[in-house]
Design a protein around this ligand. Structure first.
Ligand code: NAD
Length: 475
């Protein structure tokens, strides 16, 4: 991962990139000449922050980016520079010339949706360090980035960029040959063109077309692409049967193929009016939040099922977890194990955090204690862990959406296979919200039976219990 990134062009894509870098611990400087850019970027970052709070319970709020007043100032110390200015070749080339004035070695990444990198890098002094990484909106949630090299891109630039993106929870997809519009936008353009024809010919309005996507094949595509889906459609005969059965339809005049309807003023107005009727009641930011909430729920399901974007998310989550410093064990204060804002979807019909979430927080706190005593990701991967055998929770006070809570934890005792923990949840003013006492048993993950912890874990846990015994006692 890199320590410093620059973003030139802070629109919807630039701000999304900024959020992803910030979430991964890099500092980010942004240049955008639009005086409204800081406000717009802050709005996107706020949405990104809310999304990450739901996705990664353990993470801290996003730090703010730096706003620079020139490309030179933004690019100066960056290791990687993202270009996300409007889709115009001359503008992008001008930006690269300015970047090259102030940055000699950084990787320069264009976010272009479809312009070939060979065209973009044509006038550069050092084109070997330039490539395209085409992301998807919202960049802070969707993992895909199409990596496209131009004729003069050094293979090492692509390797390094792919590694950086992967370390940021993304899925770099190498496009094997440079073409206009790459892979995804070529597919999307075909669907977009057909959609415009369907409206133009009065067969459907914008809402009908969106329903045809969202209620049917759109649901399938996040977890299986077109080839896997059609393989299933081929039944026991599989892909070959499907091709033989439905292949000939492609020669029927079902689609408009490459014709594009003429985008007259009147046609544009028809589409815009239908779109207003469909979703005009929402602002763009509101629509982004609706989209993000659904994407988060899909991503969590895909993670649980180890499929599609869920695989990238699981890797990212475990990397973020591993990068967290475990809480300190001392005799002067309990361990600070959880700190988070209550996401709105954690509250119930009583307008406060649902009781199941208290246990979720205590479970996070237990994970954090486990890391502190050495029962971390590597320990678990090696086949050892602790299972909770008994839990007792006291609910003392309520907490509402968006309020901050934290958990203080201590080891009550650690003897042999048994580990006893005490968690105290408090609000921002330090008032108690709940306490949890948990008995954990050490387990061998192969046999699923209780087992002795490693000597190191056993000793650290016993040391923690001895230190925490010196803290003022709680009832
Ligand atoms: P946008 O219009 O939202 O943002 C572009 C930003 O660039 C604006 O804030 C503008 O003020 C700024 N800008 C203009 N001239 C500049 C300059 N000289 N220096 C610095 N900033 C400048 O556009 P966007 O949707 O964020 O698209 C940016 C790039 O990302 C385009 O190449 C686009 O094709 C690509 N892209 C867009 C999407 C998408 O869904 N919107 C998806 C993938 C890739």
């Amino acid at each position: 991962m890199i320590r410093r990134a620059a973003v030139v062009g802070g629109g919807v894509i630039g701000a999304g990139w900024a959020a992803r870098f910030l979430a991964n611990g890099a500092s980010v400087s942004i240049y955008d000449p639009d005086p409204a850019a800081p406000r717009k970027i802050s709005e996107v970052l706020k949405n990104a922050d809310a999304a990450y709070a739901k996705l990664f319970p353990m993470r801290r709020p996003l730090p703010p980016p730096q706003f620079s007043d020139s490309i030179a100032a933004a690019a100066a110390d960056a290791e990687l520079i993202i270009e996300a200015v409007p889709e115009r070749v001359e503008l992008k080339q001008k930006v690269y010339a300015e970047i090259e004035e102030s940055s000699a070695a950084a990787i320069i990444v264009s976010s272009t949706s479809g312009i070939r990198p060979s065209v973009l890098q044509k006038n550069m002094k050092n084109p070997a360090r330039f490539l395209v990484a085409h992301p998807f909106n919202p960049v802070y949630l969707l993992p895909l980035a199409e990596i496209v090299c131009g004729e003069k891109t050094a293979p090492a630039t692509a390797d390094k960029t792919a590694a950086i993106l992967e370390s940021m929870g993304m899925h770099p997809l190498r496009v094997k040959k440079e073409i206009d519009a790459f892979i995804a936008d070529r597919l999307l353009e075909a669907a977009w063109r057909e959609s415009l024809w369907l409206v133009k010919d009065g067969i459907a309005n914008t809402e009908d077309i969106d329903a045809a996507i969202c209620l049917g094949f759109g649901l399938r595509w996040a977890q299986m692409g077109i080839f896997d889906t059609y393989r299933i459609a081929g039944g026991e005969g599989g892909m070959k049967d499907f091709l033989l059965q439905f292949g000939p339809c492609l020669k029927w005049p079902w689609t408009k193929l490459t014709d594009v309807p003429e985008l007259t003023e009147q046609f544009a107005e028809t589409i815009a009016a239908q779109s207003d009727a469909q979703s005009g009641q929402y602002t763009v930011r509101e629509m982004e939040r609706i989209r993000d909430d659904n994407l988060i729920a899909f991503l969590q399901t895909l993670k649980a099922n180890k499929r599609g974007a869920g695989v990238s998310l699981a890797k990212w989550e475990s990397k973020l977890r591993a990068a967290q410093t475990p809480p300190e064990i001392s005799a002067s204060a309990p361990m600070q194990t959880v700190r988070r804002r209550v996401p709105p979807h954690w509250t119930d019909y009583n307008g406060h955090m649902n009781e199941s979430r208290y246990l979720e927080c205590f479970s996070e706190a237990t994970d954090s204690v486990m890391r502190a005593i050495g029962a971390d990701e590597n320990y678990i991967a090696a086949g050892n862990s602790y299972f909770t055998a008994e839990t007792q929770i006291k609910h003392l006070n309520e907490i509402a959406a968006d309020e901050l809570l934290h958990v203080e934890s201590r080891v009550l005792s650690a003897a042999g296979k048994k580990l006893r923990l005490f968690h105290e949840m408090k609000n921002e003013n330090g008032e108690p919200l709940a306490t949890g006492e948990h008995l954990l048993i050490h387990v061998n993950l192969q046999t699923r039976r209780s087992s002795m912890p490693s000597e190191k874990v056993q000793n650290t846990a016993a040391e923690a219990a001895a230190l925490h015994a010196k803290l003022p006692r709680r009832d």
